[in-house]
Write a protein that binds this ligand. Sequence first.
Ligand code: BG6
Length: 493
Amino acid sequence: MTKPSTRRPDHPPFAFVLFGGTGDLAMRKILPALYAAHRDGLLAPEGQIVAVANTALDSSGYLRWVGEHVKPHIAGTPLDDSVWRSFLERIAYVALDASQPEAFSLLGNTLASGHGRRIFYLATGPALFVPICRALASAGLTEGSRIVLEKPLGYDLESSNAINDAVGQIFKEDQIYRIDHYLGKEAVQNLLALRFGNSLFEPLWRREWVESIQITVAEELGVEGRGNFYDQTGALRDMVQNHLLQLLSIIAMEPPRSMDADAVRDEKLRVLRALKPVLGDEIRHNVVRGQYHAGAIKGASVCAYHAESGVGQGSTTETFVALKAEVENWRWAGVPFFLRTGKRLAGRIAEIVVNFRPVPHSALGPTALRPGSNRLTIRLQPNESIRLSALAKQPGMGMTLQGVHLDLAFDQFFQQDRMEAYQRLLLDVIGGRLALFVRRDEQEAAWRWVAPIIEDWLGNASPPKPYASGTWGPAAASALLARHNTCWPEEEN
Ligand code: BG6
């Protein structure tokens, strides 16, 4: 009698080839995420991980490197030594120079014995994306495989098109997984659940009832040793072009027909294509770029951006952006979407605030028009929560209204651990699920929208506006909202 198969269809076998195997991303995110998936029993037992980098190490040298550099980044339950050892058994290392196609036969030899689906994860600089894909193709390794591209995919519309064209000659679109790790965050997927699982919000989710929407992704961190990379990138390319526009598209999209990858991505694409271009003088009026100066974060002094290592003298790279976007369609015409992101700000917060219109006539007196009520705040991180701010009557004889909150803290309601974004996304790649990855046309639409701003800043001699580290950015970001009779949440009262 044949033994029943223990293979689970949802845990398919794989050969996960990680280019950039000794890089920062591998160390901080990808290997810890694979470890967590292994620990949680979510990987097929025969799944193998092949790390590839240019560093001359043998496999045991690499495993020592993993022990030293990856272990400290593993979150969650205390590390179990036997689980860790069994994780290391999955890992092989291949030292090769990714710019030398001849070297790829080495990789071919290592993969020859594996039977799972090949996944090539490019956690390298974008300059290596095309050479790696071509070398994989000439080594005959691409058939039926999947390729994962990390951001930044290119530097602007043109360079991202060049990469997508070249990669597209080797891999079909349904083999290409473009990562935006925000899409793997539980809280971001919850936006879909909130909008499309409840009938409560849908009738109000439109221009007739929504006055403005604010999306903030604020960080306390600075450039964290990534000065070389960041100085060539800046907040617009690093955060707005991808994470913030993805959030905007999820908030503004029409209900998709299903959660099928293309159904969701088609709707997000429609939003991105409906973004009103920000051109000419509007850039000066509606886009604020800032750069952090010295200041203090949680009481500790931190240096100015231009004093960070790897940052060019007199750099005009922005570490902060605030802007007004508009979605030109029937649902959203005239509703401003204020987007804001920055490093070295006063807090680490990612949240979406939906400001509903005030009541049309206040029978209850002027307090009924108080700011801060009629608002839905969706906190994505930290402490994922949803808060509905409303007005209620203060107890007593009069009719004095006061702001009250209906709060839902997700970690109190759902007590199980959250999966890290990378873990979720890597499992999706292994399982062949594309819904949480960015399709080429979405990426192109996002680049197209930021392109005029990038161009304007290139030709614009005026430097970014300074802000002290530990504040909420330049005063111009507050002025932008004040011109629309509103303010950022922390400015209320
Ligand atoms: C990355 C950016 O994509 O997102 C980083 O390159 C930024 O600069 C990071 O710090 C923020 O991600 P998270 O998940 O910490 O909000």
